[in-house]
Ligand binder design. Structure first.
Ligand code: DLL
Length: 434
């Protein structure tokens, strides 16, 4: 179901007129209320009067993660502190976390974005939504909660972890949609098998998964083991949290709620705006946000805007499933590869589990990046015969070489020996940065 046809199915002319009016208002607002932006805009020599069309957004300077860190905690507030109703922080593991501060209006927009997201996955006010994203400073839990509430659905706010209880409640309360990271969905399925719970017999129809990169192959795997349709959902703390973009029943690309968060794709090297269809870095401008509005925020996430209209009826543009983050891209002997591409190949190979870790290091002699892929052998794929294991190892190595053009060192590890995650998984151990 389309939650808000008036906004999600606008003609592109009407949408662009709305975006333009909101953008102009935003530039005016932040110039007058955020000293950081006044300085930035003055330095770039741009005034709100220079914004004569939506295209003029390219005249505005970018905002980066470093800008957010330098202004921590309250340096980007555009309203008096008393108007802030809620604060969230990114779950980033490096450096100072980034802060998002929400006014009542910002919480309404967030709820709206998430109501559209859950509706995209088929949820209605009759749904029973088990929310297995972490509640707290992380935006996953509260974001889904607000959206489910707006829908009028039943929410089970269980948060992440406590896996046995998750499964018991799914059965007892007859949950029909669950939300969590793709890695936690896998882990829950594994635990269910151990507990003897047949998850396909539960009442589940759909899962909204996101907060980390995952591949199409992983989606197929999760849909197969759970017997549900798994939808990709995207967002980030700096912009609002989940609800920025979501998949519809077509399951190809995520509709951006672009009446609220305006997307651009840029060349990450030059900053030049790229046309729809070209791959680059995703940039967002929060055109309605009041608490901590951002102009042209560089997400470092790599994707492209799908040029074709979607057959679902929504007219909002879609971003392709994310390839990964700029900073996660590996260059192995001259070949660029994202961890999610390795995952996509791995999940199609028999005899191994979709649990893996990539250890990246730099060879001190050649100064080239090298990667070791640690893969868990499944119970069925496991053998006491060294030659069988050697064969499996070679097979994985050859498939990686032919599909991705990279030579990876493959290390097979015993079943259940790679760490499991209830939130965002850590798949890449980068020894170059240690
Ligand atoms: O992860 C918000 C969120 C919660 C999104 C629940 C979806 C579901 P942060 O902790 O600030 O916020 O991390 C944001 O996670 O810039 C991406 O790199 C990555 N990410 C989020 N969703 C996806 C996705 C939340 N569907 C960062 N696919 C983003 C790939 C994703 N990466």
């Amino acid at each position: 179901m389309i939650w808000n046809p008036e906004k999600e199915c606008m003609s592109s002319e009407a949408l662009q007129a709305l975006q333009f009016a909101r953008l102009k208002n935003l530039v005016e607002r932040i110039y007058n209320t955020v000293p950081f932006y006044k300085k930035k805009l003055d330095a770039a020599g741009v005034k709100s009067s220079d914004i004569q069309s939506l295209k003029d957004i390219a005249k505005l300077p970018f905002t980066t993660k470093d800008d957010l860190r330098e202004t921590y905690p309250y340096g980007l507030l555009a309203v008096p502190e008393a108007e802030i109703m809620e604060i969230h922080m990114s779950s980033g593991t490096t450096g100072t976390p980034v802060v998002g501060a929400y006014t009542a209006n910002d919480l309404d927009d967030w709820s709206e974005g998430m109501a559209r997201t859950l509706s995209g996955a088929g949820a209605t006010h009759n749904s029973i939504i088990q929310n297995s994203f972490g509640y707290g400073l992380f935006t996953g839990g509260m974001g889904v909660h607000y959206g489910a509430r707006k829908l009028g659905a039943t929410i089970i706010p269980i948060s992440s972890g406590n896996t046995q209880k998750q499964l018991v409640l799914m059965r007892d309360f007859k949950s029909n949609l669950f939300t969590c990271t793709p890695s936690y969905a896998l882990y829950m399925a594994e635990q269910a098998k151990e507990m003897g719970v047949d998850i396909k017999q539960l009442h589940l129809q759909a899962a909204c998964l996101g907060a980390e990169p995952w591949s199409e192959g992983m989606r197929e795997e999760i849909q197969k083991v759970w017997g549900v349709k798994a939808y990709d959902i995207y967002g980030l703390t700096e912009i609002t949290g989940p609800g920025v973009a979501f998949e519809c029943e077509v399951q190809y690309g995520m509709h951006v709620n672009e009446d609220l968060w305006y997307p651009e794709i840029i060349n990450p090297e030059t900053g030049e705006v790229l046309p729809d269809g070209e791959k680059g870095e995703l940039v967002f401008t929060t055109i309605t946000k009041q608490g901590t509005p951002l102009i042209r925020y560089r997400t470092r996430d790599i994707t492209f805007i799908i040029p074709q209209k979607c057959s679902c009826g929504r007219t909002t543009r879609r971003i392709h499933r994310l390839f990964g983050r700029n900073d996660d891209m590996l260059i192995i002997r001259g070949v660029n590869v994202f961890p999610s591409q390795i995952e996509n190949v791995l999940v199609s190979i028999k005899g191994v589990e979709p649990n893996y870790q990539i250890i990246v290091d730099r060879n001190p002699h050649t100064h080239l990046d090298e990667a070791e892929l640690q893969v868990e052998v499944s119970q069925e794929g496991f053998s006491d015969e060294t030659k069988d294991m050697e064969k499996l190892r070679n097979n994985i190595s050859n498939i990686m070489k032919s599909k991705l053009g990279i030579m990876l060192k493959i290390k097979l590890v015993e079943p259940k020996s790679i760490e499991r995650f209830t939130g965002k998984a850590k798949r890449v151990i980068d020894k170059r940065k240690l």
